[in-house]
Unconditional design. Structure first.
Ligand code: AMP
Ligand code: MG
Length: 315
């Protein structure tokens, strides 16, 4: 017997199935965005995983986040063991993600110049199998890239199944530097927040978990870091006169970051504002968040072939 026809035109059974599927997809997604609620039913107050997450729909005031924060850790040595522990967790979970070959993890790193994107990649991913990671660094777009829609070059670098992808700068530049330097008019960049949310939602529906980190340094800390690049002959290659020019737009960048983070932190692709004046604390927070998220994704080694116990290898 045919089922009752729903308002949308399908049968009641169909629409119930669709709703159930949608709910379980939403459940999976929000669990991925709230790893601590899966890892432990009652998250302990310390460490406080969601501490730096930007809740969807909540505004961001960067001036209210202390870039010097380091919880109860006083100095680098105090956090070293915990960082090593989270690195080991990431290495183990990455091996599972790769073997499972079904889903992937995309990490987005954004910061002001000298904010520590390169240092984060170097220190957090030490010990992870390079075969399972792909780092993409985005500079000003080439002529070919500029001739396409703004997401084109980023979409091509989204990690394939089993992989961890790291974006060192990202599609967010197209609402940050592009806005601050007036590279395109507001009618062009403003609709991009929605486009970005739709893009990340689409990625999440095809098995890509997206985590975004804003490394939050103070203006004074940037001055110290630029000065140390100038003072150290081995760091001078990193110094760019352009960084001094960008620095003059500090307040404009803060406003652009606040609006970008506030408009694009979603359940499926949350932003984390990471206090980053202490490099070691920044590494710890990012490693912890990645490890917890991977753990919540719960990647599994594929089941082995049947009957392996009876298998012997010929001489
Ligand atoms: P760095 O990361 O220090 O090598 O610098 C890369 C430069 O490329 C920065 O000044 C960025 O602002 C710039 N950049 C990255 N993406 C874009 C973009 N979509 N449009 C314009 N400039 C960009
Ligand atoms: Mg630079």
């Amino acid at each position: 017997m045919a089922g009752r026809t729903s308002a949308a035109g399908g049968t009641a059974a169909e629409s119930r199935e669709t709703r159930t599927a949608a709910r379980s997809a939403a459940g999976r997604q929000s669990r991925a965005a709230r790893p601590e609620q899966v890892v432990v039913a009652d998250p302990p107050p310390e460490p406080d995983y969601p501490r730096y997450r930007v809740e969807p729909g909540a505004g961001v005031r960067l001036a209210d986040v202390d870039p010097d924060e380091s919880e109860h850790f006083g100095r680098k040595k105090d956090a070293a063991d915990e960082l090593a522990h989270h690195r080991d967790r990431i290495a183990d979970l990455q091996a599972r993600l790769y073997a499972e070959n079904r889903r992937s993890l995309l990490l987005v790193l954004q910061a002001m110049d000298t904010g520590g994107k390169d240092g984060t990649i170097k220190h957090v991913f030490r010990g992870v199998n390079p075969q399972g990671c792909q780092v993409s660094s985005f500079k000003a777009p080439s002529a070919e890239e500029s001739a396409h829609d703004f997401l084109w070059r980023y979409h091509q670098r989204v990690p394939s199944r089993g992989m961890i992808g790291i974006f060192n700068r990202s599609h967010y530049e197209d609402v940050l530097v592009v806005r601050v330097k007036g590279l395109v008019p507001e009618e062009v960049w403003r609709p991009r927040y929605d486009v970005i949310n739709q893009f990340e939602q689409a990625l999440s529906l095809s098995g890509v978990t997206v985590l975004k980190f804003y490394l939050h340094i103070s203006r004074d800390e940037q001055k110290r870091r630029l000065e140390s690049r100038l003072a150290d002959p081995d760091k001078r290659w990193k110094f760019s006169a352009n960084d001094l020019r960008e620095r003059r737009y500090w307040d404009d960048y803060m406003a652009a970051f606040e609006e970008a983070l506030g408009n694009t932190s979603t359940d499926v692709a949350p932003w984390y504002v990471v206090p980053a004046n202490n490099k070691w604390y920044r590494n710890l927070v990012i490693a912890r968040t990645i490890a917890d998220t991977l753990e919540a994704m719960d990647p599994r080694y594929p089941a082995p072939e049947e009957g392996l116990d009876a298998v012997t290898v010929d001489d």
